[in-house]
Design a protein around this ligand. Structure first.
Ligand SMILES: [Zn+2]
Length: 144
């Protein structure tokens, strides 16, 4: 199962075809990313719904404490995943707001174009590859 934080795994996804000399983040590109974010959001919502109903079905009372324990463990794992997905949905909502402004697609730290291909892989990215890498190095240094 793909980690929703790590990669963008939309089932029906057509990469954007740039025309020659096309302006970065023009109306077509914005429409592309808006649609992409919305279908990603929809998939996540469906995933959340599925788990909730699955958990309702499974929430039978097991008389055996060992069964109950393993069920609780499974549920808490699922709840953590759902929690991550809910956070991601919030992030997508914020990104959708950003798409309506002039700031979408540009690095938060240095202002360069993040790039279509990188945004297609990570539509919620707010840093360019260089700044992201730098960020990760700094993070490792703080932690290590
Ligand atoms: Zn940057």
């Amino acid at each position: 199962m793909p980690d929703p934080n790590n990669s963008f795994a939309l089932r029906d996804f057509t990469p954007y075809q740039e025309k020659d000399g096309e302006e970065y983040m023009n109306a077509d590109q914005k429409a592309h990313f808006r649609a992409l974010l919305l279908s990603w959001r929809k998939e996540l919502m469906e995933e959340v719904d599925r788990t909730v109903s699955h958990m309702k079905d499974e929430a039978a009372n097991f008389p055996d404490p060992a069964d109950r324990a393993s069920q609780e463990e499974e549920f808490s794992l699922e709840l953590r995943t759902r929690d991550r997905e809910r956070k991601l949905i919030k992030k997508i909502d914020k990104t959708l707001e950003l798409v309506e402004t002039e700031d979408y697609g540009y690095c938060d730290a240095c202002g360069v174009e993040i790039g279509i291909r990188r945004l297609e892989a990570r539509p919620t990215a707010t840093l360019c590859v260089d700044c992201k890498t730098l960020d990760e190095i700094k993070e490792k240094q703080i932690l290590g």
